[in-house]
Ligand binder design. Structure first.
Ligand SMILES: O=C(O)[C@H](O)[C@@H](O)[C@H](O)[C@H](O)COP(=O)(O)O
Length: 223
């Protein structure tokens, strides 16, 4: 695990957005397309705002979330809503966006179709992850009803998951898809998350799902 500490959140956002756009740009030098998987939640807003203005061939980049809350795209808890407001605008408005919320009654109904839609964009070029204080990442929650299946090496690319820590049913990319990303970044801010990260390093993924990605990740932290 590579740990980077920044003097403040603004520096973190600028530097991480620059790193992500450089890695996508570098990939596009030798490939026709690139893919970017991003988290929802609240932490990535500043990174998204900066990244949306990056000078990239965005029309060759496919963007999707690592997980989505099973709510309508206009709901205030929708991660897609956050993305449309902060990432998929300015230059990044030209990106190809795969929305994980399909409008199906249950996330289970959407997993197969989405797996087909994502397949041409794998492996993920850059995966940006977030983490909750309970050490979940994407919607891989400790105690999640299908967590063990989602962490297995043979997990399907996406799964529906329900957990006490999640307010609504979720759809999430699973361990194999996220861990096979070419570049993995973890964005965390504040002392509680730093403590949670230290704790996670001592635990198994079934107790601390973020643990499954730490060896390959660059962690970006600011107070
Ligand atoms: O939909 C979600 O909730 C996420 O994708 C989730 O994995 C998130 O990244 C963490 O919960 C951190 O969230 P915060 O940035 O809000 O702390």
């Amino acid at each position: 695990m590579d740990f980077k500490e920044y003097p403040d959140r603004e520096m973190l956002a600028l530097s991480l957005a620059d790193r992500i756009s450089s890695q996508l740009g570098q990939h596009l030098r030798s490939a026709d397309t690139a893919s970017l998987c991003v988290p929802g939640g609240t932490s990535p807003v500043q990174v998204f705002d900066t990244l949306s203005g990056a000078d990239l061939d965005w029309d060759r980049v496919t963007v999707f979330l690592g997980d989505e809350r099973w709510v309508d795209g206009e709901h205030k808890r929708s991660n897609s809503r956050l993305l449309r407001r902060h990432l998929l605008r300015d230059r990044a408005a030209a990106a190809n966006y795969i929305d994980l919320y399909t409008g199906d009654a249950q996330p289970e109904d959407a997993t197969e179709g989405l797996a087909e839609a994502l397949a041409p964009h794998l492996p993920v070029t850059v995966a940006l992850l977030g983490m909750g204080n309970d050490m979940h990442t994407a919607s891989l929650f400790p105690g999640g009803d299908r967590l063990a299946e989602a962490l297995a090496n043979d997990a399907p690319p996406l799964m529906a998951i329900r957990a006490d820590g999640a307010e609504e049913p979720r759809i999430t990319l699973t361990r194999p898809i996220l861990s096979q990303a070419i570049h993995i970044h973890l964005l965390i801010m504040g002392p509680e998350k730093r403590e949670a990260l230290e704790q996670a390093q001592k635990l198994d993924p079934i107790e601390a799902p973020i643990r499954a990605f730490l060896d390959a990740a660059t962690v970006h932290w600011a107070e």
